[in-house]
Design a protein around this ligand. Structure first.
Ligand SMILES: Nc1nc2c(ncn2[C@@H]2O[C@H](COP(=O)(O)OP(=O)(O)OP(=O)(O)O)[C@@H](O)[C@H]2O)c(=O)[nH]1
Ligand SMILES: [Mg+2]
Length: 222
């Protein structure tokens, strides 16, 4: 990495798109989160960084497309965040990301930032693992479709433990972990955590970001 000024990164997108969560998930301490794009009666943020991370909240609208059209393609990464809310399985999110890539002429990464932020900083506690194992062979597939189904007192007597698990882990991660443990109850915690990390989609985004960052650094310090 050349010495000299470090590239500036801005994380941008509409209100509540997941800008803060994506920034945490990527451990981008020095990146700036801009004010939100497309706020009624407010100007759009000034975008003047060396690299941009544009966060889409599971879909794009006209404002996203208007802003993205002004950003340099080689210095812009697009995150299709909230991939857990797109369709019913990861393939749906991947397909949506491809459609967005083609329409925007930009690389679009499907990501579940909440899960990535959690696996980045987290460990699975003994209590988490116990709760997961207790429910790994749950007969009702709808069990993990919604938070209130997952924490329903009618399921079992460990409602408090399920609530506690859900307070620490996004439901999508819990669902992935239960599927994995159902298939292989002997999975060690560390493997389970790696699996959840992979399932968040953050690694390809991280690799792409690293690559673009090096390019930006070389441009700044030829
Ligand atoms: N389902 C789901 N929710 C997410 C994901 N990422 C973020 N969220 C939720 O979306 C909401 C907004 O997330 P933030 O990271 O605060 O979004 P932001 O763009 O920084 O929001 P503002 O700064 O208020 O504009 C929070 O409730 C997050 O938990 C995700 O991958 N999946
Ligand atoms: Mg924010």
């Amino acid at each position: 990495m050349p010495a000299g000024p470090a590239p500036r990164i801005q994380v941008t997108g509409r209100a509540r798109a997941g800008k803060t969560t994506v920034r945490h998930a990527l451990s981008l301490i020095s990146a700036e989160e801009t004010s939100a794009v497309d706020r009624p009666g407010r100007p759009d943020p000034v975008l003047d960084a060396d690299l941009y991370i544009y966060v889409l909240p599971g879909d794009s609208n006209a404002a996203d497309r208007r802003i993205l059209a002004t950003l340099p393609p080689d210095r812009t990464l697009v995150v299709l965040n909230k991939a857990d809310s797109i369709g019913i399985r990861w393939a749906d999110a991947a397909e949506s990301a491809e459609t967005h890539s083609a329409a925007l002429q930009l690389t679009v990464h499907p990501v579940i930032a909440t899960l990535a932020a959690r696996t980045r900083s987290g460990t699975l506690t003994e209590a988490d693992l116990h709760t997961l194992h207790r429910h790994r062979d749950h007969p009702d597939p709808a069990f993990t479709l919604a938070p209130d189904l997952f924490t329903s007192p009618s399921i079992a007597t460990d409602t408090a433990a399920r609530e506690s698990l859900l307070s620490r882990w996004p439901l999508y991660g819990i669902s992935c972990a239960l599927t994995a443990l159902h298939r292989d109850p002997t999975l060690p915690a560390v493997t389970l955590l790696q699996l959840l990390h992979s399932a968040s989609g953050i690694d390809p985004l991280h690799t792409d970001l690293h690559h673009r960052y090096e390019q930006a650094a070389t441009r700044l310090n030829p």
